[in-house]
Ligand binder design. Structure first.
Ligand SMILES: [Zn+2]
Length: 334
């Protein structure tokens, strides 16, 4: 790790962003993947059906400058909650989810467990049912349309959007996970999996931790994660883009080398400059010297960590192993 390295300059971040947007890395693109850390959120490519819809969307977003980097995490959450305003009815949630599923399919993501934030919407007066119905319509349609392109794994293409788990998101500074223990306990007894979207400790009883990169700074915490064999979903671009800390990538490397069961997610591409899963993986190639074998290992971890039924996990793992064997024969790997 680099002690007290100066922050990464905006210019360097722009250079990384360009490189990881434009990459054409065949292994990363073609490898079958699992993504568990992507938030269904207003997307800059959200299609508008009419000119007046486009105008009203523009008016809603006019005050928001959705361009990361400056302002840190506080700024991120201003944008994040401000952007919710463009999601109003079932159709909006349907299109939001479809947009993600289409993007995921184009990146060879075989299974995904995206997050959504119901409280951010219900407090604006949006009915919970409108969200769920929109997501479910997209789930069913995506399974039909996108699934048909990959006949040999039809049963393993669960672009399903059912609620699998309950988590915690946003800034945890004033709201430690302990405050939500009651909800988590109830959710667990009702059969849900638990994940905790947090960066430091906390998350008593969680099955998985989303973020948590700073665990590498605390050997005791790292040991705990190892002992409990907790999976971690790490989103390197979000950290780098909003904190500018030079140590981010070496932290990811330390976590990986420590044998923690971790995988990579895109977090929130709408507010993180259109950086999706494949781009985030390429960031690790470019800046973190991750090898082909490391990418294979990250996907194996992801398959283990996800909450898919065993049959689906086995099918994706088999596809991944075939993919790797083919790759090794055609292009000996690093
Ligand atoms: Zn996140």
């Amino acid at each position: 790790m680099l002690p007290n390295a100066p922050p990464v300059s905006n210019q360097t971040l722009r250079e990384y962003q360009r490189a990881i947007h434009q990459h054409n890395d065949a292994l990363i693109n073609d490898m079958p993947k699992v993504e568990m850390h992507s938030i269904l959120n207003i997307n800059t490519r959200l299609p508008c059906k009419t000119l007046s819809e486009l105008k009203s969307t523009y008016r809603l977003l006019n005050d928001l400058d959705a361009g990361g980097v400056d302002g840190g995490m506080e700024r991120f959450f201003d944008l994040y909650y401000g952007g919710f305003n463009v999601l109003r009815d079932e159709d909006d949630f349907y299109r939001l989810a479809m947009n993600y599923f289409q993007k995921a399919a184009s990146m060879n993501i075989r299974y995904c467990e995206p997050f959504f934030d119901p409280q951010g919407h219900t407090r604006r007066g949006i009915a919970f049912e409108a969200m769920i119905r929109g997501f479910q319509r997209a789930q069913v349609e995506a399974a039909q349309i996108l699934g048909s392109a990959m006949e040999h794994y039809q049963q393993a293409l669960p672009y399903r959007y059912t609620i699998f788990g309950i988590g915690l998101d946003s800034l945890k500074v004033d709201l430690p996970p302990l405050l939500f223990e009651e909800v988590f306990r109830r959710a667990r007894s009702d059969g849900f999996k638990i994940t905790c979207h947090c960066d430091i400790g906390g998350g008593g009883g969680a099955d998985r931790i989303d973020h948590g990169l700073h665990a590498v700074d605390d050997p005791l915490l790292l040991q705990k994660v190892q002992e409990r064999d907790l999976g971690m979903t790490i989103c390197p671009w979000g950290y780098l883009c909003y904190s500018g800390e030079a140590e981010i990538i070496s932290r990811v490397r330390t976590l990986y080398n420590a044998g923690i069961k971790m995988t990579i997610g895109s977090d929130d591409p709408s507010y993180m400059e259109d950086i999706w899963l494949n781009n985030s993986l390429y960031l690790l190639r470019k800046v973190g010297d991750f090898t082909n074998y490391d990418f294979l290992q990250l996907q194996k971890n992801a398959i283990q960590m996800c909450w898919a039924p065993a049959k689906i996990k086995a099918a994706i793992l088999e596809e991944l192993q075939h993919f790797w064997a083919r790759w090794e024969t055609q292009r000996p790997s690093t």
